[in-house]
Design a protein around this ligand. Structure first.
Ligand code: C2R
Length: 196
């Protein structure tokens, strides 16, 4: 007997038809999913970062990967960042994408509290055009890793996280292959203007 949130599910072993067993497995999987939904956390340091970070959400949605996007600043809300990242695994997160501009501390702060993968997106918009955030995000000390993508490229952050998930998820793997083929085909037929 499997017990989940007060529900008792009888596991049929040798008795019961194959169809019943498949049905039962599906019910169990649905309950497990509900109890522990796997999701990617998309965090950004300011609401002003949303236009750049929404691209990550768009890509994850396209791939059918559950995600949650929210504003959370390590500088302005250090305790909330710690709370979220310390309990992330138990709350169903599988990875984080953190976008921040200027003195970008967010991705590193999240990574310091969890061993889940963290991808940092350095954001432009400052007087230093994102180079400040790039250096801050990429230059993590040994032991606290942050995978850093190009300035403002939150799409690549989503693709990178999807590739991690695809190591054990064949459906996501197939979708990634389709996207990759489409990207290649887009560049195969480009005609340049003829020179005089
Ligand atoms: P405001 O526009 O809200 O003043 O923010 C944000 O990501 C944003 O790009 C200006 C910039 O500050 C960044 N910020 C960080 C962090 N929190 C906010 N880099 C952090 O915790 O790293």
């Amino acid at each position: 007997m499997l017990q989940l949130r007060g529900l008792n599910i009888r596991m049929s072993s040798t008795r019961g038809s194959k169809r019943d067993n498949v049905k039962q497995q599906k019910i169990i999987q649905t309950i497990l999913k509900k109890d522990n939904p796997k999701k990617v956390g998309i965090l950004m340091g300011s609401p002003n970062d949303y236009n750049k970070m929404k691209e990550a959400k768009y890509m994850l949605d396209t791939l059918g990967i559950q995600n949650e996007i929210q504003v959370l600043s390590a500088h302005r809300q250090p305790e909330e960042v710690a709370e979220l990242s310390k309990n992330a695994r138990e709350n169903g997160y599988v990875a984080f994408i953190c976008g921040a501009g200027m003195a970008a501390h967010l991705a590193g702060a999240v990574s310091s509290h969890t061993t889940l993968p963290v991808v940092g997106v350095p954001l432009s918009g400052s007087a230093l055009n994102g180079v400040d955030a790039l250096y801050a995000t990429v230059q993590m000390p040994k032991g606290i890793p942050v995978a850093t993508v190009a300035i403002d490229n939150s799409t690549n952050a989503a693709l990178l996280v999807a590739e991690m998930i695809a190591i054990t998820d064949n459906t996501i793997h197939e979708k990634l292959e389709i996207i990759r083929t489409k990207t290649r085909e887009q560049y195969n037929d480009i005609e340049l203007p003829k020179s005089e």
